[in-house]
Design a protein around this ligand. Structure first.
Ligand code: URA
Length: 219
């Protein structure tokens, strides 16, 4: 007989039963990928689904470890990212790198991508139609990587991935799930916000520690 079947009887008999605790480790549903990396990257590079292709220097596909346990999702490329074709290479990127180092991770350990692959003019917020056209690329990346945990940095990424518009403060400090892949997801501040509001860096470090602790049991 299984222990679970016996449990009510043992409990009724006043016998203490010690069972292994359920792991709190994040779990990820597996979605079969439909495109391979090369085809996906090529499609993104030549994409003309929205008007941002007219103003971009190049697309910023994403960078890092394609087997990463942690995938970081930002908003959209800025000036330097558009020039270099890599996400988070400007000042905000340097802060993101330092935040990762604080929990013992190098950029090469994680995968970094954005909601949008092209820079919006003057770094304005992405428009809903741009998000709608572009996010199939991101969703394919998530499917291919199957990360154990997503870290949404900033309001735009969090709101898209969670399909809700709560304040960042409300969203921080909890494990959410990206519904399309059931991937666990944590929210923190965007590093560009932290550059403007350095008093919140301590809170961001608490979030990063939460990321670290959540990843621990599942490495
Ligand atoms: N901000 C983002 O959200 N992404 C980048 O790649 C750079 C700045």
């Amino acid at each position: 007989m299984k222990n679970t079947t016996l449990l009510p009887y043992l409990t009724a008999m006043g016998i203490d039963v010690f069972a292994p605790r359920q792991s709190t480790a994040a779990t990820t549903a597996i979605i079969p990928p439909t495109l391979n990396w090369e085809r996906l990257q090529q499609q993104a590079a030549t994409c003309q689904r929205c008007s941002l292709h007219q103003t971009r220097t190049q697309t910023v596909f994403g960078v890092g470890n394609r087997q990463a346990a942690l995938m970081i999702i930002g908003e959209a490329p800025g000036f330097y990212e558009d020039q270099q074709g890599m996400p988070f290479v400007g000042r905000a990127g340097q802060l993101l790198t330092a935040m990762l180092q604080a929990i013992g991770l190098a950029r090469e350990d994680v995968y970094i991508a954005n909601i949008l692959k092209c820079r919006p003019p003057n770094n304005r917020d992405p428009l809903p139609e741009e998000v709608q056209s572009c996010t199939p690329f991101l969703e394919q990346q998530i499917t291919l990587i199957q990360p154990k945990l997503l870290l949404a940095v900033g309001r735009i990424a969090a709101h898209y991935l969670l399909k809700q518009k709560s304040s960042l403060e409300t969203l921080r400090g909890k494990i959410h799930y990206f519904s399309k892949s059931h991937t666990p997801l944590i929210v923190t501040f965007h590093p560009a916000y932290l550059l403007r509001n350095p008093q919140d860096k301590k809170k961001a470090l608490i979030d990063l520690q939460f990321v670290h602790d959540t990843l621990q049991p599942i490495h």
